[in-house]
Ligand binder design. Structure first.
Ligand code: ADP
Ligand code: MG
Length: 244
């Protein structure tokens, strides 16, 4: 059967249960276009992180199939999926310099040290940390550390980046600045981003489309303006209208 959809990511009838009883992701069907900034938005416990974990390969889907560029990946290990990841607790290696933190995922992939040096320099320049390569993470501000985490996810030029509440630990002003910077990087690189947040404003300002999750189900999948102007049901209307 020919199965070319052109989607960068496809969830097809994906279900997830951790305990064999409760489905925390119920029946997920979602196509994400190449270069799209897709945000999974929803309250705590609605299944957003579980979707990213399945996409990254850290949790198996209980049922259904996930595709990257039309290739079924359920049996592909995480390090072979070509996905960059940024999480809230970005876990930089404290004993390594910023440059060494970026070099690490490249070394793991067996890239030559000359190429590593070039890629690290290029990526640090991209996030405007070119002058900070020799510092330790502890010698940087929270926002700079988060930018290093973004750079580390970008350094091996993944086609797909997953971000799970990456700005949750930052104060409001820094969060807004980082939203802008992440958006800017996305626009310049054209990389596909799947972004998870429970913050309505963040989702509405950053995304091409937003998938609103409730209890393991997508209640609405729309561009931000549509979500705001015509919520499809009372859950979406209420959730979008809430202030954090
Ligand atoms: P969200 O990211 O939207 O807050 P999660 O995907 O983390 O939601 O969680 C969805 C549901 O799955 C929750 O009820 C949560 O308690 C449960 N859950 C998440 N991770 C695990 C796990 N590793 N083991 C068991 N249950 C889990
Ligand atoms: Mg989560």
């Amino acid at each position: 059967m020919s199965n070319t959809t052109g989607a960068a990511v496809r969830f097809e009838k994906v279900q997830k249960s951790y305990d064999g009883e409760v489905m925390v992701v119920k029946d997920l069907n979602l196509d994400i276009a190449p270069g799209e900034f897709l945000t999974m938005l929803g309250p705590s416990g609605s299944g957003k992180s579980t979707c990213l974990m399945m996409l990254a390969g850290f949790e198996p889907a209980t049922n259904g199939e996930i595709y990257l560029n039309d290739k079924a990946i359920n049996s592909v290990p995480p390090n072979k999926r070509g996905i960059g990841m940024v999480f809230q607790n970005y876990a930089l290696f404290p004993h390594m310099s910023v440059a060494e933190n970026l070099a690490f995922p490249l070394k793991v992939r067996g890239i030559s040290s000359k190429d590593i040096d070039e890629k690290v320099k290029h990526t640090l320049d991209l996030v405007e940390l070119g002058a900070f390569g020799n510092r330790r993470p502890a010698q940087l501000s929270g926002g700079q550390q988060q930018r290093v985490a973004v750079a580390r996810a970008l350094v091996f030029e993944p086609e797909l980046i997953l971000m799970d509440e990456p700005l949750g630990a930052l104060d409001k002003q820094l969060r807004e600045q980082m939203q802008y910077e992440i958006k800017h990087i996305h626009e310049r690189l054209g990389v596909t981003v799947v972004y998870v947040t429970h913050d309505q404003t963040e989702a509405l300002t950053m995304s091409d489309r937003v998938a609103v999750f409730e209890d393991g189900i997508i209640q609405q999948l729309s561009p931000p303006d549509e979500l705001y102007e015509s919520p499809q049901n009372s859950f979406v209307a209420q959730f979008i209208g809430e202030n954090n």
